[in-house]
Ligand binder design. Structure first.
Ligand code: SAM
Length: 258
């Protein structure tokens, strides 16, 4: 997976994406992430990238030409890629959008807007789709671009130790993850659920599944409403779901010991 990020603030993006898991994955060659300073593609002495909006109004709009020249440099150097403009007007980003991007494309070009946004003509000419982080407005597209980059890259083989690292997490199968615990077994008078230290792997797996159902039903009934119960083909799986429902009906909302 190659990801090019067109931005006015490459240092901020690099500082985040060149460290930790994604930094190591780049060093090992599993992914390549490169930022490009849009300002370097201006043709005026002031390196100005924005101008007033036609029709009047506050703020500035990023001009089409520096963006186009930067984008053109990327596609002519690294080949064509799925070009995405980060925008509050786009489709909302989810785990399934991240999965779709990772499965369908090997090269993404992420364009970060700033100020009031970007000249529509650049979007019409070069952009394949717009993606939003949610129904709110940020000052720039850098944080959304980093989020897209991170969510997509962690699913690329080799970036995490194995597939289970992301297939067992929230949102992969439409559910939220079960609660997690680490040492010590007792902290501030709170005990780890004894089942987790029992060494019985089958029981631990069933408990985690049950808590995942409970948490999803409680916190995200909208997600649970979309969960297809007919996929639970084994009797044991259906029993776990029934247990989760019964515990919630009895008001047992905390991940209490079995
Ligand atoms: C201040 S915003 C512009 C908002 C724009 N005038 C509007 O009302 O839709 C500047 C830039 O931040 C980025 N941005 C802001 N909110 C975003 C969101 N929710 N998702 C993705 N990008 C966002 C976009 O790249 C946008 O061009």
């Amino acid at each position: 997976m190659r990801i090019d990020i067109l931005t006015l603030f490459p240092e901020s993006v690099d500082a985040m994406l060149n460290v930790s898991i994604l930094g190591r994955a780049q060093e090992r060659g599993y992914i390549a992430i490169q930022t490009h300073q849009i300002r370097e593609y201006t043709t005026n002495k002031q390196m100005q990238v924005d101008d007033y909006p036609y029709g009047g109004g506050r703020g500035a709009v990023m001009q089409a030409d520096p963006l186009f020249r930067c984008w053109y440099h990327v596609i002519s150097t690294f080949g064509p890629g799925r070009t995405i403009f980060l925008s509050p007007c786009g489709r909302v980003f989810t785990q399934s959008v991240a999965r779709e991007l990772k499965e369908r494309y090997s090269h993404l070009i992420l364009v970060c807007g700033h100020y009031e946004g970007v000249d529509q003509r650049f979007l019409d000419e070069c952009v394949d789709e717009e993606i939003s982080m949610g129904d709110f407005v940020l000052t720039g597209g850098e944080i959304p671009a980093m989020a897209v980059c991170d969510a997509v890259c962690r699913m690329v083989p080799g970036v995490l130790p194995d597939e289970e690292c992301f297939t067992e997490e929230s949102h992969w199968n439409g559910l939220l993850e079960y609660p997690q615990y680490s040492r010590p077994a007792a902290w501030h008078g709170r005990e780890v659920p004894p089942i987790l230290v029992s060494g019985d792997h089958a029981k631990v797996a069933a408990w985690r599944k049950k808590e995942s159902y409970k948490r999803t039903m409680l916190r995200r009934p909208d997600l649970f409403a979309r969960f297809d119960e007919s996929q639970l083909t084994s009797k044991a799986d259906r029993k776990v779901l029934q247990q989760a429902k019964a515990e919630l009906a009895a008001g047992q909302t905390d991940p209490t010991p079995e």
